[in-house]
Design a protein around this ligand. Structure first.
Ligand SMILES: [Zn+2]
Length: 111
């Protein structure tokens, strides 16, 4: 059972990490892609379609960040299955503390 909680927390960390990288890429992307595209245009003739690539990439980063944010909002508690709450330190329904393992959550129930 402890492995279930650990796997759930790993999934939550992974989702948060992906969201973080998507937001950073969204913010930093234009500062990298636009100069790179201008440099490329100086030395080579590229199709018009590829000139729009930074816009497509930015939309992909924004959609990824938005999907991760939505998934974090809808993320379910590993103990009760209720929506955990994105900014909460414990489950709104069963009180399971964030990042707790099976043993710690049982101790919390005794109180
Ligand atoms: Zn819960």
């Amino acid at each position: 059972m402890e492995e279930t909680y650990a796997a759930a927390w790993r999934g939550l960390r992974r989702l948060r990490r992906i969201r973080f990288y998507a937001v950073v890429a969204f913010i930093c992307g234009p500062f990298v892609m636009i100069p790179a595209l201008e440099l490329l245009l100086r030395f080579a003739s590229i199709p018009t379609v590829l000139r729009e690539a930074p816009v497509v990439v930015e939309v992909a980063f924004a959609l990824t960040a938005g999907f991760c944010e939505w998934s974090l909002y809808k993320w379910e508690c590993p103990r009760c299955g209720h929506v955990f709450g994105r900014l909460h330190e414990e489950c709104k329904k069963c009180g399971l503390p964030l990042w707790s393992n099976e043993t710690e959550s049982r101790e919390g129930l005794k109180d």
